[in-house]
Design a protein around this ligand. Structure first.
Ligand code: G6P
Length: 371
């Protein structure tokens, strides 16, 4: 009913707007009186965590993209090698794992069959398993050694939104916790990074305040047959997620690419008027931003219509953006928390304008409990 949806037309739209709150809740109570991170259900002893020499993240769908972002954060902050793999692939592989491997299973529902089977596969080889889950007492946390619960509240829309953002928060917390336990260089910066994380709900609110601009753009795309998404570094999984949302909700062909791969194929797809959505990394010292800019110039020179998500104050992008959506200025590793939001709004509004059922897209299920 409309009441359950708080006056929104769809649960999904309501859940998109709940994200500042969901992210704040997922950060709550994670520090002790001394400011050190503490994770309630991290039932792995510090010695066990210190011995971990490899992390494998397994998940499906949108949760898999949270895992891709996590790899950038965990490797940077903890210097522990991370692999990210689709659960449906991992479970039939012969992975090299043992008791010093930490397998991290990310699942909003905690009931996805492939992810559950992948956990069993890892446990049979004595790996430690940690679940990141939004559902108390679900099968996946029950079969795991430890769990970080996200506090998104119930997610009803089939396409995950606040589930994803709170998974990202849990991944950042895990990364920082490992840095703390292992005493890496970033162990000393936890206070600073936590403060940046704690500012994210306000930044997400700022993005949501600009929803109308994204909606207008979405409505102008009714009838579009194909949309490409480009990103790099932590923006690459954001591009993949933006494309997945369009497929799921609007049934439009959409592909996400790593911008650095353009020359190896995707650029051949560019034709006059093709919408290309570009997730522009924040400006920084590592040339990511400049590289992205040249990718955008290349697709635009071949006729693409560029829709750019770029941080406030970034004027360098203006000559190459047919449409510009502003993001708050945040560190590159945290940018997915704000950059995913316009892509959710875009897909939700475009599907609505096309007359589709946003909460119950055709052929999809909220939780895939059979293989
Ligand atoms: C289904 C849902 C997706 C979700 C995926 C993984 O495909 O439609 O929105 O991302 O399952 O679900 P999980 O509950 O394991 O995160």
């Amino acid at each position: 009913s409309a009441a359950e949806k708080d006056g929104y037309d769809w649960f999904m739209r309501k859940e998109i707007f709940e994200q500042p709150h969901a992210v704040a809740d997922s950060l709550l109570g994670r520090r002790d009186a001394e400011g050190r991170l503490q994770l309630d259900e991290m039932r792995l002893a510090d010695e066990e965590l210190r011995d971990i020499d490899k992390i494998i993240i397994i998940a499906c769908g949108t949760s898999f993209y949270a895992g891709m972002v996590a790899k950038y954060a965990i490797e940077h902050w903890t210097r522990t090698p991370v692999e990210v793999e689709l659960a449906s692939e991992f479970r039939y592989r012969d992975p090299i794992i043992d008791s010093t491997t930490l397998v991290v299973a990310i699942s909003q529902s905690g009931e996805t069959a492939d992810t559950l089977q992948a956990i069993m596969h890892a446990r049979a080889q004595r790996a430690k398993v940690l679940a990141i889950c939004n559902t108390n007492g679900a099968s996946i946390p029950r079969e795991s050694d430890a769990v970080i619960y996200t506090h998104a509240g119930p997610e009803i829309g089939v396409a995950s939104t606040k589930g994803l953002l709170t998974q990202l928060v849990a991944c950042y917390l895990l990364a920082l916790y490992i840095a703390q336990v292992k005493g890496t260089r970033y162990g000393d910066e936890i206070e600073d990074i936590m403060a940046q994380l704690e500012a994210m709900p306000d930044h997400i609110r700022t993005v949501l305040d600009g929803a109308e601009q994204v909606y207008e753009l979405a409505r102008a795309h009714v009838g579009t047959r194909s949309v490409l998404f480009l990103g790099r570094h932590a923006g690459y999984p954001v591009a993949l997620e933006g494309a997945l949302k369009l497929k799921e909700l609007a049934y439009i062909h959409a592909e996400g690419f790593a911008a650095g791969e353009l020359k190896h194929g995707p650029i051949a797809l560019i034709e006059d008027g093709l919408p290309v959505l570009c997730v522009v990394p924040p400006r920084g010292r590592d040339h990511l931003h400049e590289k992205m800019l040249s990718g955008i110039q290349e697709v635009r020179a071949r006729g693409a219509r560029t829709i750019c998500l770029a941080e406030a104050g970034d004027t360098s992008i203006e000559p190459y953006a047919d449409h510009l959506i502003r993001l708050p200025k945040v560190p590159v590793l945290l940018q997915p928390l704000v950059a995913c939001v316009p892509l959710q709004l875009f897909a939700c509004e475009l599907a609505t304008a096309m007359g589709h059922d946003v909460d119950q897209p055709r052929n999809l299920a909220k939780s895939v409990t059979v293989e």
